[in-house]
Design a protein around this ligand. Sequence first.
Ligand code: CA
Ligand code: CA
Ligand code: CA
Length: 359
Amino acid sequence: MNQKMRARLKKCMLIGALAVLGGMIAIPAQGATFTVNSTVDELDTNPGDGVCAAASGQCTLRAAIQEANALTGADNVTLPAGTYRLTIDGRDEDGAATGDLDITDDLSISGADAASTIIDADARDRVFHAIDTSVDIGGVTIQNGAVSGTPFQVGNGGGIQCLSSTMTLTNVAISGNTAEKGGGIWVTNASSVTLTDSMVSGNSAAGNGGGIDSNGSIAITRTTVSGNTAGYAGAIFINGTMTLTDSTVNNNTRLVAIAIQGTGVLTNCTISDNTGSGIIITAAVSANAAITNCTISGNTGGGISNLRNATITNGRLLSRENRRHGKKMSFYFLFMPRIAVGSNALVGRSRYAAEKKLK
Ligand SMILES: [Ca+2]
Ligand SMILES: [Ca+2]
Ligand SMILES: [Ca+2]
């Protein structure tokens, strides 16, 4: 073997070794990407064949989701600007064939932006139903979902129902949806939702949470929750954990804007001009809140009703603007309040003592 041959052999062995190594490195599957090219609501003719195609030959939003559900692994849907109206009736079906868009396998949906990519349920059912999966949705408006009745799988979550799922919602608008609970979004206790740079507005619930009702974990950042109505907790009802950061909750209606029955961590927020109290930390044993650098003003039922545990730091509670029964009232205590305000820790039962110190 001459030197040239030896060098060639060495090179071959190196390439062979790299090939073996390459085979061992797990390269994550990219999944399929389906680009929707029709705003019509049509079924996929053959879910699982890898092709997003309705009878018309076009790739519709429903067909793309059915195809992505049928293919194992995470897939992507690209949704260009347009209004995608759901027109196939049939609630309480979880295969995305009728009514809402059921997502049952990991999926990412990318719209152009919330102003131009609009998914409208036309009040036939909710818009999205995430079921035991992980979903990213960005750049869309989710509107005009309407559900009612029982059980909860049917009646809760007008815009979105997040059922035992992880959802990341970015640059979305959730508006004009209605439900029994969670007009905009309803979240189960085994779920986790991240809502960022978004708007939740004009939704309504007969029961809890006009905008959002969450039993799971929800992180709300740089988001506005506005103009929602409910039987109780016009904006947000929290039975699990919530962080609300750099966000505004305003102009919501009925009894209280934010009800915290679990854990609430509110930082750099504005809670203003709601009909009812700004925030209630309920009497439930689990209820607790930490409120830091928030401005709470102009709420007609008082600023904060603290029935359990709350820690408030560097807050601006504008007592003249928060009213209850027509009288200025920033804090409203009913039951053994334990409250800390700035560096002045107040622990006690007397609302008058607490209020005096607060002013
Ligand atoms: Ca297909
Ligand atoms: Ca899939
Ligand atoms: Ca469904």
